[in-house]
Design a binder for this molecule. Structure first.
Ligand code: HMG
Ligand code: MG
Length: 300
């Protein structure tokens, strides 16, 4: 059945912005985060501690956290860290919540992490151990859980295998990434069932849908009905991955909130404030937000 409440895991400042070609000023990013928090979102992924040459847009991670100050940190403000160098940088800034990000396919592991799947698990192992030892919260993303632009459809058993390897490191939460937005609700249920059979219940999993084929909301609702309680979304529907050109925006937070409000499922966010934030951000980026709900409610 449907829950009384779900947690929205907002990825706008990280996934939403990482693919923007023009540099977004760090003050604008800080203001974006502040507006998201003011709109009632509690869990907001802030940025990534990756080499600037890999993701130029997020090269200002230290400056952003400095601008946000201590109230911008905490267990509900995760950042992406691929390796120990990234963890060191994050810890130096006072971060207590991190996300590693693996791949279900060899091709994307190579393109996104410059490593095989096995080598990337080896890279993450000390990151997770050190983070947990320090009392931090750790999320494990798995990308290409449904399809891969180079390899095509990805077998469910292959996804489960990578999820198990990452969760065996001791991560607190899994996020199932449909990086290129090709998944459909039946496929989502098959994956959640297979994970459950392997010992990873839906209470341990979040879902992360990109909306390339317009399935993100349908997939998310299927996952919620199957017991998932944490949903990734990006305000305005911004998003994409620089290492998978066919990736488009994430599920828009406003589209999710519209659906949850219709079902009477609590989430804590204020739709009007989110729409205002997206309208403001669209002006900064120079183009309208992809979200259908923003378009409908902003009246433009
Ligand atoms: P590499 O080039 O193999 O790294 O990249 P390396 O260890 O050989 O180091 C190369 C240089 O970078 C060295 O410097 C390191 O010190 C430095 P040099 O000696 O040449 O001067 N370096 C660093 N500097 C700053 N911060 C660091 C860091 N690490 C090394 N953390 C690496 C390997 C994993 C670092 C690289 O491949 C990488 O950063 N990949 C991340 C790409 C990325 O951010 N992709 C987008 C996020 S994933 C996503 O969007 C999907 C998701 O949304 C879910 C979904 O939708 O499916 C999460
Ligand atoms: Mg993503």
């Amino acid at each position: 059945g449907m829950p009384d409440r779900v947690t929205i895991y907002e990825v706008g400042p990280r996934d939403g912005l990482q693919n923007e070609a023009a540099a977004v000023p760090v003050e604008v990013k800080a203001e974006f985060v502040r507006r998201l928090l003011a709109a009632g979102l509690e869990t907001v992924e802030l940025t990534s501690f990756v080499p600037q040459k890999w993701v130029p847009q997020l090269g200002d991670a230290e400056e952003l956290l400095e601008l946000l100050g201590p109230e911008g940190l905490g267990q509900q403000r995760p950042v992406l860290v691929p390796n120990e160098r990234g963890l060191d940088r994050a810890v130096e800034c006072g971060v207590t919540s991190v996300a590693i990000f693996g791949s279900a396919t060899e091709t994307f592991a190579r393109k996104n992490l410059n490593r095989s799947v096995a080598e990337s698990v080896q890279m993450f192992a000390p990151v997770v151990k050190r983070a947990l030892d320090a009392g931090a919260w750790v999320r494990a993303y798995v990308s290409m859980c449904f399809g891969d632009p180079w390899e095509g459809p990805v077998p469910v058993e292959q996804v489960v295998d990578v999820c198990l390897r990452l969760m065996d490191l001791g991560c607190d939460q899994l996020s199932l990434g449909d990086t290129i937005g090709v998944g459909t609700p039946g496929h989502v249920l098959r994956l959640l069932d297979a994970l459950d059979d392997a010992g990873i219940g839906p209470d341990q999993s979040a879902v992360h849908f990109h909306d390339t084929y317009g399935q993100a909301l349908a997939n998310t609702m299927a996952a919620i009905r199957r017991g998932v309680r944490v949903v990734d979304a990006s305000t305005g529907g911004l998003g994409g991955c620089p290492y998978a050109r066919s990736a488009t925006g994430n599920l828009a937070t406003e589209d999710l909130v519209w659906a949850l409000d219709g079902l009477g499922i609590e989430h804590g966010a204020d739709l009007a404030q989110l729409v205002q934030t997206s309208t403001w951000m669209a002006a900064q980026l120079g183009r309208p937000a992809p979200s259908r709900v923003v378009r409908a409610l902003a009246g433009g």
